[in-house]
Design a protein around this ligand. Structure first.
Ligand code: NAD
Length: 263
């Protein structure tokens, strides 16, 4: 597939590892210049260097916590100042705290709203004027299958991923005439450190072995395996590319068939 990303500039958030890093690598491999952000300098620099070495692309490493408005403003500003433009925004963050309703405090709810919902909203607020200036753009939100089907024990994700999806759908209609396309990619179980940590939490909660929990998770996937981060990245690159020019306001699940609903 020719993605048509040469000369484009992308900001990929929460990208020192996992899905964000894979998305940044995928966009860089297709010729985009990429800014990546995460909270800790060292792993972020290491990820940037790895992607530069693999792809030869320009990769900026910008330390930022996407749950803080001031960091969001600075990171978008610096991306545009140093890359000269902004065409593609991939919103992403660490996952919200896992747990049942009774174990989640008021502060946890507020933190999760900042981390999951307001990070996406604020990133779009800052990025959209720059996209308008270059005649269009692509926004891809990394959400979760929990946007469509709640996952037991993930109250915060189940409540807030649908909020991001509703925001994205509404924004897609508002920005369509600006040629700014807005979509979500909803990963299912994908082999990252986050997923291993969630399986460990479930094992501790249920007093079960880690292997048992992981085998149970995989059993629910018709393809019979977890996705790899690159599988999610491929969907993001497609939605960021010229080839997706008629797709906006949709959610693309990359889940090995996990979701049982029709839509
Ligand atoms: P991960 O924990 O492996 O990586 C998260 C990345 O986000 C890291 O680079 C971390 O440094 C960065 N990060 C965390 N909090 C941040 C913050 N406040 N500001 C900036 N950077 C921050 O996670 P992952 O598996 O790559 O998942 C990414 C997102 O996708 C998460 O929100 C997760 O809930 C969601 N998701 C993952 C899966 C999966 O199976 N891996 C499935 C569905 C949804």
């Amino acid at each position: 597939m020719h993605a048509g990303l040469t000369g484009k500039a992308a900001l990929v958030c929460a990208a020192s590892r996992g899905l964000g890093k894979a998305a940044a690598r995928g966009l860089a491999a297709e010729g985009a210049s990429v800014a990546i952000c995460a909270r800790s300098q060292e792993p972020l620099e290491a990820a940037a260097e790895e992607i530069r070495a693999e792809t030869g692309a320009v990769v900026l490493a910008l330390v930022a916590d996407v749950s803080r408005q001031a960091d969001v403003v600075r990171v978008v500003d610096e991306t545009v100042r140093r890359l000269g433009r902004l065409d593609i925004l991939v919103t992403n963050s660490g996952g919200p705290k896992a747990g049942l309703f009774g174990a989640i405090s008021d502060a946890d709810w507020r933190d999760a709203v900042d981390l999951v919902l307001l990070s996406a909203v604020r990133l779009c607020s800052e990025a959209v004027p720059h996209m308008r200036r270059v005649g269009g753009g692509r926004i891809v939100h990394i959400t979760s299958v929990s946007a469509k089907q709640p996952i037991p024990g993930l109250m915060l994700s189940n409540a807030l991923r649908p909020a991001v999806t509703g925001f994205a759908k509404t924004l897609a209609a508002e920005l369509a005439r600006d040629n700014i396309l807005v979509n979500c990619v909803a990963p299912g179980y994908t082999r990252t450190e986050r997923v291993v940590a969630l399986a460990q939490a479930a094992a501790a909660r249920e007093g079960a072995a880690l292997d048992t929990i992981q085998a149970r998770n995989i059993q629910e996937i018709p393809l019979g395996r977890m996705a790899e981060p690159e599988d999610i990245a491929d969907a993001i690159v497609f939605l960021a590319s010229e080839r997706s020019r008629s797709i906006t306001g949709t959610t693309l699940a990359v889940d090995g068939g996990y979701l049982r609903g029709l839509l």
